[in-house]
Design a protein around this ligand. Sequence first.
Ligand code: SAH
Length: 255
Amino acid sequence: MTERGEAHPPRAPRAIVEATPPPAEFLAEAAALGVELEPGDLERLHAYLKLLFAANATMNLTAIRDPDEAWTRHVLDALSLVGPVASAEASSGRLRVLDLGSGGGVPGLVLACVMPQVEFTLVEATGKKARFLDATASALGLANVEVLADRAETLGHDPWIRASRDVVVARAVGPLRVLVELAIPLLRVGGTMLAVKGARAADEITEAKRALHMLHAGVVDSLRTPTGTIVVVEKNRETPKAYPRSLGTPAHQPL
Ligand code: SAH
């Protein structure tokens, strides 16, 4: 893991929620999504939720306290991306997917559990969360995960990362018009951003019109899922060098 650290004052620990095996509702919805879970996948996902809840006692990774709800709101929500990610094309070799603002690992770490053939880069600005992601990927034996403890504004100008990824996924990292400035520079030309959105998806698309135009990208689809809407954005041409703008500017002065 590469890291730019951050210090936080200690907080009183919360009680640990016990992760439980997948409820029938989750299994039915995953099957309806067409996600084929291999032997071992459910065990790995269950182990992930256990580690998430344990770490959540000392840091803010999830507001969810109900173990059944975690299967639906975290795991199923992430699995709704399996189809769209699987249909993306790798520019060379293995498909390279970047999860922007991975937090506790949704959607990137969940996807890495069930898509071993895909390479995942989890980007997380908060050092403590990034350390959780790195330790959890190791504990789960995931060889297809790398973690970058850095900000998208910085990585967007790093020659190793800029314009390198086939797919960028993101959930709950600001409104679409902010997210696109952070995500599009990381994609290769022809690459796809998949943003997990809620009820405001259509409004967010309208508000992002100008930003998309400036970034040479466009919305090509909007997919309804059991848990929300996936907005599909394609990068049409090289991103102008000015983007992403400096740290914090995309969020404070959206395009
Ligand atoms: N995707 C996770 C976490 C959402 S919270 C989920 O859906 O549960 C948003 C996360 O993005 C936070 O952990 C925050 O630290 C991270 N983040 C916000 N802005 C960022 C940026 N510019 N670069 C990298 N990470 C960022």
